[in-house]
Design a protein around this ligand. Structure first.
Ligand code: HEC
Ligand code: HEC
Ligand code: HEC
Length: 402
C-alpha cells in the first residue's frame, strides 16, 4: 500500500491534515480500530467555487454528529456524549429561562430572554440564525445551547466530505470546517461569545465577560486531547492577544470608560512578553493596537515556548509586586492588572509543572488568595495584593532558580 505522506496514520485516515503540526494531537482511536487509508487523494470532486462561504453555509444540527459510528460512540468517538453529558454549553440556553436572565430581560424590556436574539446569539445560536440556513429537521427543532457547529462551523458543506478517507485536513477546511487545531482559529471561535458584551446588557446585570483561552479550554470537559508541546503558554498568549485585539476593536468604534482600564491592563501584561514588547505600540491608538494585537496573536499561535522562556516569564510576572505598592497609581487600573496577572501566573505555572517543575505545595493556596483579592472590585486593596503576590513569589522561588 502506498503511503499518503509523512504524517502519522491518523492524519490521513481521519480528518487530520497531512502536513500540519495538528497531527500531534493524540489520536483517540486505537490503531487497531482505525480504518486504513487504501487510496491516496487523487482527483477530489471538490471545487471551492461551489462551496458556500461560512457565512452562508447551512447548519445540520448536533444530531447529525451523534450516531454511534460517528461521534456518539465508545472511547475515541464519544465527543457528542462527553459534550451532551458534561459541557456547560449545553445548559447555556436553559439559563435564559431562569431568575437572573428574567431580571436582565425585564430591565432591558426585551420580552422573554429565551426568545430574544440579543441573548440567544451567544446562549443558543442556532435559535438565532435565519431559518433558511437550517436543515429541514432543524427548522422545527433547532439545537438549543451552544452546539457543535457554533464552534466547528456550519456543517452543511463539509458533513459528508469530512469522513472521506482520501480527504486531507486542508481540503476539509476548504469546505468550511473551522480550523480549531490552529490555536488562533480556536481563540477566534471562543472569543466571539466570551468577551465583548453590549454595555446595556452588562448594566442590566449580566456578569462581566473575561476571556483567557488556556484556562477556559482546560475547564471544558475534554472531548479532544491536545498534547502539542508548550500548547498551554501558546494558548494563553494567543488568547490574551486575541482578547486585546477584540477590546481594541470595540474601543476604536466607541470609547468606553469601563473598558479602557481593562484594555490598559492587557497591554501592560502583554508588553511584558518577549513578542509583545516588540509588537505592541505605546499610546492609546486603538486601531493601531488592534492591528498589532492581531499580529501578536498570529505569531503567538505558532511560537513554541522553551522551559527557560516559561520560567523567565513567570519570574517577570511574580516580581511585579512593587507596582501594586505604588500608592499614586490608579486603583481601578491596578485591579484590572491583578485580574489578568493571576491567570497568567496560573497558566505559566501549569505549563512549568507539565515540564516537571519543582514541588511547591503552598503555591495554589497563595495564588488562590491573590485571585480572590483581584476580584474584589471597588474594595481592591493594592497593597494586600502586593503582599499576596510576594507570598506567591516566595512559594515558587525554588522552582524559578536559574
Ligand atoms: C456576547 C455573548 C453573550 C450575550 C449577547 C449574552 N450572554 Fe449571557 N453569558 C455569556 C457567557 C460567555 C456567559 C458565561 C460567563 C462565564 O461564566 O464566564 C454568560 C452568562 C450568563 C448568565 C450567568 C449564568 C451563570 O451560570 O451564572 C446569565 C444569567 C446570562 N448570561 C443571561 C443572559 C441574557 C438574559 C442575555 C440577553 C439579554 C445574555 N446573557 C446575552 C455570553 C453572552
Ligand atoms: C465550545 C466549542 C466546541 C463545541 C461546542 C464543540 N467542540 Fe468539538 N472541539 C473543539 C475544539 C477547540 C477542538 C480541538 C481542535 C480539533 O481537534 O479540531 C475540538 C475537537 C473535536 C473533535 C476532534 C477530536 C480529537 O480527538 O481530536 C471532534 C470529533 C469534535 N470536536 C466533535 C464535536 C462534536 C460532535 C460536538 C457537538 C456535540 C462538538 N465537537 C462541540 C471545540 C468545540
Ligand atoms: C456561541 C457562543 C459561544 C462559543 C462559540 C463558545 N462559548 Fe463558551 N460559553 C458560552 C455561554 C453562553 C456560556 C454560559 C453557559 C452557562 O453558564 O450556562 C459558556 C460557558 C463556557 C464555560 C463555562 C464557564 C464556567 O464558568 O463554568 C467555558 C469553560 C467555556 N464556555 C469555554 C469556551 C471555549 C474554550 C470556547 C471555544 C473553544 C467557547 N467556550 C466557545 C458561549 C459560547
Amino acid at each position: 500500500m502506498k503511503s499518503c505522506g509523512a504524517a502519522p496514520f491518523w492524519c490521513s485516515t481521519s480528518h487530520r491534515g497531512s502536513n500540519r503540526d495538528s497531527c500531534v494531537i493524540r489520536p483517540k482511536i486505537p490503531a487497531v480500530f482505525a480504518p486504513l487509508a487504501l487510496f491516496c487523494a487523487a482527483a477530489l470532486p471538490v471545487r471551492t467555487a461551489e462551496i458556500k462561504s461560512p457565512a452562508e453555509a447551512g447548519f445540520t444540527g448536533a444530531q447529525s454528529c451523534a450516531s454511534s459510528s460517528c461521534h456518539g460512540g465508545g472511547t475515541g468517538r464519544n465527543e457528542f456524549l462527553v459534550y451532551q453529558k458534561k459541557d456547560r454549553h449545553v445548559f447555556a440556553a436553559g439559563i435564559l429561562g431562569k431568575g437572573t436572565s428574567l431580571k436582565i430581560a425585564e430591565t432591558l424590556g426585551i420580552g422573554e430572554p429565551t426568545k430574544a436574539a440579543q441573548c440567544t446569539v451567544c446562549h443558543s445560536p442556532m435559535e438565532a440564525v435565519a431559518a433558511s440556513r437550517l436543515a429541514p429537521e432543524m427548522k422545527q427543532n433547532p439545537d438549543r445551547g451552544v452546539s457543535c457547529e457554533a464552534c466547528h462551523g456550519a456543517a452543511g458543506e463539509w458533513l459528508r466530505f469530512h469522513t472521506r478517507k482520501d480527504a486531507t485536513y486542508q481540503q476539509i477546511l476548504a469546505t468550511g470546517l473551522r480550523d480549531l487545531i490552529d490555536v488562533g482559529g480556536r481563540a477566534n471561535a471562543c472569543v466571539a461569545c466570551h468577551l465583548n458584551l453590549d454595555e446595556k446588557i452588562r448594566q442590566a446585570g449580566h456578569p462581566e465577560l473575561y476571556f483567557e483561552l488556556d484556562g477556559q479550554a482546560a475547564i471544558e470537559p475534554p472531548h479532544y486531547v491536545d498534547v502539542r508541546p508548550s500548547i498551554g503558554p501558546r494558548s494563553w498568549l494567543t488568547g490574551q492577544a486575541t482578547a486585546l485585539r477584540e477590546m481594541s476593536w470595540k474601543l476604536s468604534k466607541q470609547r468606553d470608560e469601563q473598558l479602557v482600564p481593562r484594555w490598559k491592563a492587557l497591554v501592560w501584561l502583554l508588553q511584558m512578553t518577549e513578542s509583545g514588547a516588540k509588537e505592541l505600540p505605546s499610546g492609546e491608538d486603538f486601531s493601531a493596537m488592534q492591528a498589532a494585537a492581531d499580529r501578536l496573536a498570529r505569531k503567538a499561535s505558532r511560537d513554541p515556548w522553551t522551559k527557560i522562556q516559561i520560567t523567565g516569564q513567570l519570574r517577570k510576572y511574580v516580581s511585579t509586586q512593587k507596582e501594586f505598592g505604588d500608592a499614586k497609581a490608579d486603583k481601578t487600573e491596578l485591579r484590572r492588572r491583578a485580574e489578568v496577572l493571576v491567570p497568567a501566573i496560573d497558566r505559566l505555572w501549569a505549563a512549568l509543572k507539565k515540564e516537571g517543575g519543582a514541588a511547591t505545595p503552598g503555591f495554589e493556596k497563595t495564588l488562590t488568595l491573590a485571585a480572590q483579592l483581584s476580584h474584589e472590585g471597588n474594595d481592591f486593596a493594592p497593597t494586600d495584593f502586593a503582599k499576596a503576590l510576594a507570598d506567591v513569589e516566595a512559594e515558587i522561588a525554588p522552582a524559578l532558580k536559574p
